[in-house]
Design a protein around this ligand. Structure first.
Ligand code: NCD
Length: 308
């Protein structure tokens, strides 16, 4: 494993499999325990440095670090000296001077974690940078697929929606390719990035045509906050062509699953009846996120599960 986890491409197949296997080991080590904690990172400090809003990712990293017995500092740009104009570099150096061993960073600028990694001695984990990458989300998605379907190699994954603005889609495309899955992107042409021709994916504009052959459908949130122009005629039109409703879900093979990284726009990209159905792994994804992030922190910061 490299020192940092900045993008899915930092992991080769062995590394990625090691993270998933370690997460599974941690999960079974903690299953049935009353105290859900391992002593592995006792005395180490993990800083959550969040410049963008987050619910599940921030809480998930916090829980992961705490369950490994690390000390956790939660830093959000609001209310800090960032609002006085302090730079990312000075913020990071300040945190490191106080003894942080790892920085988990979410930032609106694509590439911010890479810059950070050049300035600090400890490990940097990218928790989402602009529209670029979100590698731990892809890891927890891969973990969830493997848990439900028993494999990743040859699994047909359809990723649907706002690919253009989605760091989740980018990280998934690269990680799933590394792990041998076959990815098809479905989106309106306006919501596909220019360079998509060089990605290891198929592209389709017809959701109904690809559903009967999918093992996994991963719905993406329409990221209105990153849209500075009109990318589709109306929410209704978007839902009609690219939304997953009960009728469309009925076209899936019997054991296919439906995923969404959250937060969802219920009724837009995904209907409530689909999000709440037995095929949906949305709640499992959140739970698996904690185990996978524990595995990442453990592997980056060293130590062995169940040892001191
Ligand atoms: C995603 C994100 O922030 O990139 N959410 C998440 O981390 N679970 C996806 C999104 O915001 O749509």
């Amino acid at each position: 494993m490299k020192r940092h986890l900045l993008e899915a491409g930092d992991l080769d197949r062995d590394d990625a499999t090691l993270v998933l296997d370690t997460a599974a080991q941690i999960e079974s080590a903690l299953a049935g325990r009353e105290v859900k904690k391992l002593p592995t990172l006792r005395g180490r400090t993990v800083v959550n440095l969040f410049f963008e809003d987050s619910t599940r990712t921030r809480i998930s990293f916090e829980l992961a670090a705490k369950r490994l017995s690390a000390d956790v500092i939660n830093f959000s740009a609001k209310g800090s000296s960032v609002s006085k104009g302090e730079s990312l570099k000075d913020t990071a150096l300040t945190l490191e001077a106080m003894g942080s061993d790892a920085i988990v960073v979410r930032h609106g600028a694509s590439g911010a974690p890479h810059r950070l990694a050049q300035w600090v001695q400890g490990s940097v984990v990218n928790a989402g940078d602009g529209t670029h990458e979100h590698p731990t989300q892809a890891l927890l998605d891969a973990y969830t697929i493997r848990q439900r379907l028993g494999r990743l190699d040859g699994v047909r994954v359809v990723v649907v929606g706002d690919v253009l603005h989605s760091r989740v889609a980018r990280s998934n495309v690269w990680l799933l390719a590394t792990l041998g899955a076959e990815v098809t992107l479905v989106a309106p042409p306006t919501l596909l990035p220019v360079g998509v021709g060089s990605w290891p994916v198929q592209v389709s504009y017809d959701l109904d045509a690809v559903l009967p052959k999918a093992d996994v459908v991963m719905m993406l949130r329409v990221q209105a906050e990153r849209m500075n122009a009109s990318f589709f005629p109306s929410a209704r039109e978007y839902s009609r062509r690219y939304g997953l409703d009960g009728r469309r879900m009925g076209a899936l093979p019997d054991d296919a699953i439906v995923m969404h990284p959250g937060p969802m726009n219920r009724g837009m990209e995904i209907a409530a009846e689909v999000a709440d159905s037995a095929r949906s792994t949305i709640v499992d994804q959140v739970g698996n996120g904690v185990s996978v992030r524990m595995a990442v922190l453990y592997l980056l910061l060293g130590g062995a599960p169940d040892s001191e």
